[in-house]
Design a protein around this ligand. Structure first.
Ligand SMILES: [Cu+2]
Length: 654
């Protein structure tokens, strides 16, 4: 009891100090504002809608930059064959700046393919449109590391708006301040400023990096982050001969100009045909990405979807099978398939055996949902040594045959986002789906590693929901737990000792305690869900919308133990009730559930994910469709107590 009182006293003491600092801070910010300096938004500022409101001042200021600052890291010393116990310290400089597709640098490219390779030309699909580039590249340069390398990246913001960089898939166990979540783990990097990200490559796999502010990812601020293992540690090393960085493909649905309403194309490594022209796919005036292979060898390929709109894609290669070995950087038991689906931020690695007649083949990407409405698709060229280097495959990209097999044998695709409703066991449903449609659902994939808990582990379950509602003024509000996220004004990790959580945060239970009904009222606040550290955690997330949403959390890799569609019964009240009666089934306890950091939350369906909360901190939890996240489909997981998190200097800032 005594201890408790002391604790309370010290808490209120801290709170008083915190309030005093806030007060002083607000005063000084007001002073600065009156002098016409930086504006301090307090207490709430909406989620970083930087590029949506008003027209930002786009300056083509890259001309003044020192060209020697740019690098594609092709000769970087950390690009090497990984050896056990030989980690390095790796330094990179990323300059983010405004740029243009089909700018003056590309004048000769439409007539001469070789001219497109000039280092300063971003040809894209041949439509002039503003982009945000990294080191004059879209997507940005690939970073290649070995597991356990120490990474130091200076990000120079030459944009005319704030920015941050998120390292998608890196757990940031010892460096939460490098996670790149604006006002959660850091203050945004202001125009003209540099921020140094220092972290350890704490796991291997196909990871990526991207801006976490506004629509910058959609303007092109993203790149591949490939972390390899030594041959001894790599359990799939026997399956392939080559793992080349040029075989990493970043797919992106893009918009034109600053029209953020709709996707206009899908690009593969920033290239491809446009859909404004009537030219056939195999017309030599299109500029496609080319992947070269030599007959008889096996190649590891890495596919990353930098998805901006609700635009899942289907990936396949003409007349080739894909041996799928990894998803989101996590190795799985290999599955031989004809192709796979990706929603935003998901990755698949596969092995392609160059065992077909030596010619050029189409690599095919077909868009669905919002991309299907506009009939968007894209191609790249798989070019065998011996085939004509400049020639394109014959025929149209999507019309060519799917498989090398006989057509009576239906093609097999994995990770299909189009689920079928079923009230029964998810797992038997998955197996039946395998049977009927010959497709493998995400939940049926098997990790190479058993789950890190026992069959007797008791999980603490959190129920959560993704939904959409209309505000009275017609604005679409995307929500988690029927709350639209507002960005705080004080970065949560840096300022955590300066505020009282209960006054600063909200979540469904705190709002219910206050008598707020978020189904009726509009709830907008700093949505923070608290979880204890170092506990087995389970999240059951329901989707109230027809569309699939890519569920993503920072700081963790989780295991997917359930995924299904309940249709009209898919609300949390029903799901809780089903669960209470033991009818919301999970995979068997001994099943090596697939490990992911982003997973499809099916339309009118649900997912069940599990992880051990061994990484205390503030971690974003959000939909990875950019257009949904900027409209509020975001929350924060506060894992552990303030004292369990890394000590960082408390900072407030204008
Ligand atoms: Cu979404």
């Amino acid at each position: 009891m005594f201890g408790h009182r002391v604790d309370c006293k010290s808490k209120s003491y801290h709170l008083l100090i915190g309030l005093a600092i806030f007060y002083l801070h607000t005063i000084s910010c007001k002073d600065q504002q009156s002098k016409g300096e930086a504006k301090f938004e307090w207490p709430w500022s909406r989620w970083n809608k930087t590029t949506t409101k008003g027209k930002p001042a786009y300056k083509n200021d890259y001309n003044q930059m020192d060209i020697s600052q740019f690098s594609d890291f092709e000769r970087h010393p950390c690009r090497r064959v990984c050896q056990q116990g030989q980690s390095q310290s790796c330094y990179y400089q990323l300059v983010i700046h405004n740029y243009q597709r089909l700018g003056p640098e590309c004048q000769r490219c439409p007539y001469d393919e070789r001219a497109c390779a000039s280092e300063s030309c971003i040809y894209g699909d041949g439509v002039a449109t503003p982009v945000m580039a990294i080191n004059r590249m879209v997507p940005g340069p690939s970073i290649e590391l070995c597991e356990n390398d120490t990474v130091v990246v200076d990000v120079l913001n030459y944009l005319s708006e704030p920015s941050t960089m998120h390292w998608h898939g890196v757990h940031m166990t010892r460096s939460p301040e490098a996670d790149g979540a604006p006002f959660v783990t850091q203050y945004p990097v202001q125009p003209g400023e540099v921020y140094r990200y220092e972290f350890e490559a704490d796991r291997s796999g196909s990871l990526w990096y991207h801006s976490h502010v506004g629509w910058q990812r959609g303007f092109g601020v993203a790149g591949a982050l490939i972390v390899r293992q030594s041959r001894q540690e790599n359990q799939h090393s026997q399956l392939y001969d080559y793992d080349l960085v040029e075989h990493a493909l970043m797919l992106q649905d893009i918009f034109y100009d600053r029209d953020l309403q709709q996707p206009r194309n899908i690009l593969i490594n920033g290239k491809g045909r446009n859909h404004l022209s009537q030219l056939s796919d195999s017309d030599s005036r299109h500029r496609y990405e080319r992947l070269r292979v030599t007959p008889g060898y096996r190649y590891r390929m890495r596919i990353i979807l930098n998805g901006i709109f609700n635009c899942p894609v289907e990936f396949s290669i003409e007349q080739h099978k894909l041996l799928i070995i990894s998803t989101d950087g996590n190795d799985i038991e290999p599955v031989l398939a004809d192709g796979f689906f990706l929603t935003s931020a998901e990755r698949f690695d596969f092995i392609l055996e160059a065992n077909q007649y030596a010619k050029n083949y189409w690599i095919r990407v077909r868009g669905y949902e919002e991309c299907e409405n506009r009939k968007l698709y894209q191609g790249a060229v798989l070019s065998y040594r011996g085939a004509t280097r400049t020639e394109l495959p014959q025929g149209e990209i999507l019309e060519t045959s799917t498989s090398t097999r006989d057509f009576t044998d239906p093609p097999l695709f994995i990770n299909d986002f189009r689920f079928k409703a079923a009230n029964e066991s998810v797992f038997s449903n998955t197996l039946r789906q395998l049977d009927k449609d010959n497709n493998v659902g995400t939940v049926a994939l098997r990790s190479l590693h058993p789950v890190p808990w026992s069959r007797y582990t008791k999980f603490q379950t959190y129920y959560s929901s993704f939904s959409l509602r209309q505000s009275p003024n017609g604005e679409q509000l995307f929500q988690i737990d029927e709350i639209t996220y507002n960005s705080p004004g004080i970065s949560l990790l840096q300022g955590r000792n300066l505020f009282n959580d209960d006054g600063y945060f909200c979540n469904s239970s705190s709002l219910a305690t206050q008598g707020r009904n978020c189904q009726r009222d509009l709830c907008e606040c700093v949505h923070v869900i608290r979880m204890p550290a170092f506990r087995p955690i389970e999240m059951v997330v329901a989707n109230y919308m027809d569309a699939t949403h890519p569920f993503h959390i920072h700081g963790y890799t989780f295991r997917l133990v359930g995924q299904g569609v309940l249709g009209n019964l898919n609300d949390l009240r029903n799901i809780r009730e089903l669960d209470r009666r033991g009818r919301l089934s999970r995979l068997p306890e001994d099943y090596a559930a697939v490990a992911k950091d982003t997973v499809q939350l099916p339309g009118l369906g649900y997912i069940i994910v599990r992880f051990i909360s061994d990484n205390p901190g503030f971690w974003l939890y959000h939909c990875h469709v950019e257009s949904h996240a900027v409209q509020g489909m975001v929350a924060v997981l506060k894992v552990g107590e303030d004292h369990q998190m890394k000590r960082l200097p408390a900072r407030v800032r204008c």
